[in-house]
Design a protein around this ligand. Sequence first.
Ligand code: FES
Ligand code: ZN
Ligand code: ZN
Length: 316
Amino acid sequence: MNCSKCNGEAVIRIAHANLSLCSVHFIEWLEERVERTVEKYKMLEGTKRLGIAVSGGKDSTTLLHVMKKIADKKGIEILGINVDLGIDQGKLYSSKSTEMALKNFEMLGIKYRIVNLEREYGFSIDEAKRGIHRPVCSTCGLSKRYITNWVALEEGLDTVATGHNVNDNAQFIMMGYLTGDVSNLSRLRSVAPSENGLIKKIKPLFLTYEKETLTYALLKKIPFILDSCPNTFRVGGRTQDSIRRNLEEMEDKVPGYMLNLVESFERKIRPALEEKYLKKEEVGKCKICGMPTSKDRDICSFCAVRIKMKKVKSLT
Ligand code: FES
Ligand code: ZN
Ligand code: ZN
């Protein structure tokens, strides 16, 4: 297989773009693709300080490296954010992930904030999994969103980027179609503007496949953690997993399948859903931490989890 651009040996076939590329041309292609996505959705408009949420996996570390180049060109300052969640402490899943994030921050000379959930908020995800009746991934997601937003506000960031890729988005869309949860579905956006005390969030890998971020990370010798979170396979595991595999099989048969699903959703379906279903909740302030919460609640969901965990831990 020869590179479509230089005739050298290709390392990857990008069927949806009908291209085969060598290492040099693939790296160039991916960086341009992410940059085009950023421009297409006007992701960095008005941004002077950008936070990048880095878990230590292939997507977020690739995101960090590519966004550093884009931000440098635009004179935007970057802050890396990592949350050490305390997942699978027996096998050190979280500490290894944080170590990878740190390696990348240092390698690129990027300022960073690492927040240890247990040290700063009194509980780890392992403890929450055992201690409270709430799906562990939902507690984990809530903690990550809360802490990232908190750091962003404290550090005066304008925008935070996350590493969701085409496969993640396509899976989310299919899951939404399957369950009919249109309100949740209406929240999938390439750009979520800043509102009600929440920082603007962007997804620069919105149109980039998982295989492409993995190849980029490998070719650039980016340090990242290869293992997946051990909880992914337990919670909602089977359905989510089958959907993902079905989507990948379809992608093999019809190149660009997932990309079309995501692009047509963003262009046509989401705006229609948003108009009808996106809840424009009245927002109040959490009495404990001052962060936004729905008007009918005194405290935010994260503080509620913290209180529950404090009780559980005092009983053990
Ligand atoms: Fe949060 Fe797996 S990454 S539970
Ligand atoms: Zn080439
Ligand atoms: Zn709160």
